[in-house]
Design a protein around this ligand. Structure first.
Ligand code: 6YU
Length: 503
């Protein structure tokens, strides 16, 4: 062991980008162990083989690939990105979280919708969404949630929609309902009525044309793992409890007491001075009461309880031949009888697939084959997880036949979907700032423990992970930065002169 912190023992829990990032920054400062429940690193970055290429079960794009994005910088450093991502003009594009892809929009009546009608409704939606980001610090809010605010604004504009023609107006409303579903996928929530309006503008979009990893997103955590000394990461090592504020004695040559004891599900236990907890908010929501002994302070529990953590899943479909035009990269779905001003359907069994927003065409086909990637959020997505592959494939086939108006459209050859809600060590997809919470809750979640700055054994528990980043929550770069933040906190502590012993 070299450098400051020598002799200090650090355990990190969770080998996603937050845990791996923290581990890399801590290398050489004390002894370090990274415990991961799964049999692989990467967490919600998870690439699997599918068809003739790869499928991203979790994170898909680098959102805002530009020099200000640490995932972009790291991936560039490891030479993991294609030539498009390296182009400077692509790094300057402002997409505001909605990358533009050439698209076709299918209506539920089996016809492609007029691009003019679609872009008119989308333009209105984007304008309203932009205005939803302007309420930070406002005391008198027009509505508590983004969804209620948007629906209120849409309701006021109903008479002008579709230039007053009833059928055109109904179509505009149906497209606006589809826009709300897309926003649910982006925010990882069941309904935009659950997303708080006041802090909505606090999330920061970085410049850059969203890009993918030609060799799979998992190539990034794999490279990060290779950069760590062998033996740092223990896989299939699920942590059951973290006892802190304790005095745990380790026998041996350097016998001493440690404040934290990490016990794994297989019975192994590790003593530490500091533990960086990077488990997802979904896992914390379900387990924090038993996971930490003694329990977490009330403020931390409150943050865990009130911040949002929802589900966004993907359904990959492989086709023998494409039924879409080669230039189309996005196939969108609009249910023509829906309106954001009406209550959504609640019968999940009969209607779950209507929450699907559409499909991204995986590019290039020479690498992936003919593969569509559907996105579906919320309770409908969680219901989809309970179905068999055959049921999902059957429903997708019927849906696509209806949308294309072609009852003979060949069924997909194979299907693969994510199930993030049922994944025991994740329990959902990513965090959002829910009604009843704010950015302060994100900061409270990130706060290390014990709270007392005078505590003689500080920084026993540190918290990282995407849900602890106030402006980049829900992203890979937020996760990575949060891991670096906590590693830096420890490094600074290790380098600070030791306080004089209390008399
Ligand atoms: C991004 C994207 N993206 C799609 C889908 C998902 C996510 N994200 P990890 O969970 O990775 O690691 C924790 C580890 O802890 C894990 O390995 C566990 O096994 C382990 N663990 C748990 N319990 C344990 C225990 N007891 N013992 C030991 N180990 C334990 N992000 O940048 N681009 O395209 C997408 C997408 C389907 C599921 C995404 C995307 C989110 C990222 O994947 C995610 O944030 C990070 O990987 C998390 O890393 P981590 O280390 O924190 O946890 C206004 C406003 C809007 C706000 N949102 C806008 C942005 C939208 C986000 N984009 C989403 C879109 C897609 C498609």
């Amino acid at each position: 062991m070299e450098g400051g912190g020598s002799g200090r023992r650090v355990v990190a829990v969770g080998a996603g980008l937050a845990g791996l990032g923290a581990a890399r920054r801590l290398c050489g400062h004390g002894s370090l162990l990274l415990l991961e429940a799964a049999g692989r690193v990467g967490g919600r970055v998870c690439t699997r083989p599918f068809a003739s290429g790869l499928a991203e079960m979790g994170a898909h794009w680098i959102h805002g690939p530009s020099p200000g994005n640490p995932v972009f910088r790291l991936a560039t450093g490891y030479s993991l990105l294609g030539p498009e991502a390296a182009r400077e003009e692509n790094q300057q594009v402002e997409v505001g979280g909605h990358p533009f892809l050439p698209s076709v929009t299918y209506g539920s009546s089996g016809k492609a919708l007029s691009p003019t009608a679609v872009s008119e409704a989308r333009h209105l939606f984007d304008t309203l969404l932009e205005s939803a980001r302007t309420f930070q610090g406002t005391k008198e809010l027009p509505a508590p949630s983004v969804g209620q605010y948007l629906r209120g604004e849409i309701a006021q504009r109903v008479p002008a929609l579709g230039e007053g023609r009833e059928d055109a107006r109904r179509l505009q409303l149906a497209i606006l309902a589809a826009c709300l579903k897309l926003e649910c996928c982006i925010s990882g929530t069941h309904s935009m009525d659950l997303v708080a309006l006041e802090p909505f503008g606090e999330y920061v979009s970085l410049p850059g044309l969203d890009c993918t990893f030609p060799g799979g997103y998992s190539s990034l955590p794999d490279c990060m793992l290779s950069a760590l000394p062998e033996g740092t990461v223990l896989l299939n090592k699920a942590v059951r409890t973290i006892q802190w504020k304790g005095s745990f004695r380790e026998e041996g040559d350097e016998a001493r007491n440690f404040p934290v004891r990490v016990e794994c599900e297989d019975g192994d236990a590790f003593l530490a001075d500091h533990v960086i907890v990077t488990v997802p908010l979904g896992f914390l929501k379900e387990h924090h009461q038993d996971f930490f002994q003694p329990p977490l302070p009330q403020r931390k529990v409150e943050a865990i309880r009130c911040l949002g953590f929802g589900t966004n899943n993907k359904i990959f479909l492989e086709f023998e031949k494409p039924f879409w035009d080669p230039q189309q990269q996005l196939l969108e779905v609009v249910w023509e009888d829906e309106s954001p001003l009406e209550e959504p359907r609640t019968d999940l069994e009969a209607n779950w697939f209507k929450k699907l927003i559409g499909f991204v065409v995986l590019q290039p086909p020479e690498q992936h084959g003919h593969v569509l990637c559907g996105f579906i959020a919320g309770k409908e997505s969680e219901y989809m997880e309970t179905l068999s592959d055959e049921e999902v494939l059957g429903t997708m086939t019927r849906l696509l036949r209806m949308l294309t108006g072609n009852p003979h459209l060949p069924a997909p050859r194979s299907v693969l979907r994510s199930r993030w809600h049922s994944t025991p060590y994740t329990r959902g997809s990513y965090s959002y700032v829910a009604v009843g919470s704010s950015g302060d809750d994100i900061d409270a979640l990130a706060q290390p423990l014990p709270e007392d700055p005078e505590d003689p054994r500080p920084l026993q528990l540190l918290f990282a992970g995407e849900a602890t980043h106030r402006t980049f929550y829900s992203t890979t770069h937020g996760a990575l930065l949060s891991g670096w933040r906590e590693a830096e906190r420890l490094n600074q502590f290790f380098q600070a002169p030791s306080p004089a012993p209390r008399l």
